[in-house]
Design a protein around this ligand. Sequence first.
Ligand SMILES: [Fe+2]
Length: 392
Amino acid sequence: MTTLRGNWNYPTAIRFGAGRIAELPDACRTLDMKRPLLVTDPVLAAMPMIESAVAACRSAGLACEVFSDVQANPIEANVTNGVAAYRSGGHDGVIAFGGGSALDAGKAIALMIGQTRPIWDFEDREDWFTRVNVAGMAKTIGVPTTSGTGSEVGRASVLTDLRDHSKKIIFHPKMQPALVIADPELTLGLPPHVTAAVGMDALSHNIEAYCAPFYHPIAEGVALEGMRLIREWLPVAVRDGGDIEARSHMMVASMMGATAFQKGLGAMHSLSHPCSANLNTHHGLTNAVVMPYVLAWNRAAIEDKMAPLAAFLGLRKHSFDGVLEWILELRRTIGVPQTLADLGVRDEHADAFCRQALDDPSTGGNPLPMSAEDFAQLYRNCIKGKLTGSDK
Ligand SMILES: [Fe+2]
């Protein structure tokens, strides 16, 4: 078997392979960090993997401290407090270490170190990223501990804005960590339901990027192989969390999803963000639930792309139906609930969330143009389990 290890420079410098977390002190030296602030979440902070990473840095002479005041679906205060910890500790770089929430918080903290504007001024709209004082950004190392978000190779952070309970995407091209250590051993302890939920987030990135109606063959090629790896290895990783080969391929598929979605996302993410922002549902799980309903909705616009996808994945039917049946079967196999009602979303939420969904930056990448009424209908489809297409 090919050795599942490599040093890659696309889309950023990635040291990939089991056990490579041991190279964290060397990665800090490579970026000339002597006093890194390790940003993680409180659950991980209590686990041996963080303890040993910090110990390794300290014994290599690095003044490494931990900041773990980061909640799931992080908020502005997590970033503000992290910036304060960075400044008071005299740090010179950030190690963003964890799942999507910790990675996004770490990247946002690194962005905000030298800024004078509020973070919401850097939302992913028009050319707002040009407002960033790039010289004031801290260097970042990304260390993922789940395989889903791909945030370690992404150029944005998703934060909940408590003023209107919406998810906002904070973007700057240089938010992509300068160096990533992608060690699949860090994901071995993830329980099956988390492995499933984050793995479906990776699938949603790959499939939404593949379907987004823009010209970007590079992203589409990455997305195709990302989906092939997920089809083959996600069920294995859920069934046997200790299978390092499955964990390795899922970690790469996750990075491929985030690489591909530079092309765009779509209505899966538009629908999902308001649910997480208001009801604190898990991002990947919510995407997994809405996935087949969004595909069915977009059917007329994506049908032509589904046949080559189905053929590449080796599905029985080389058609839209082949892809839809595979996704429904995959969801059953890995234990994803079938409807948004199962996540506590009700009809009255649909009416409230549809405007936020319309306003979500992901909406521009949906294969069909969407209105608030379309989103309300699509929410109801997801709540009731109706696989019907748009009548446009
Ligand atoms: Fe996502």
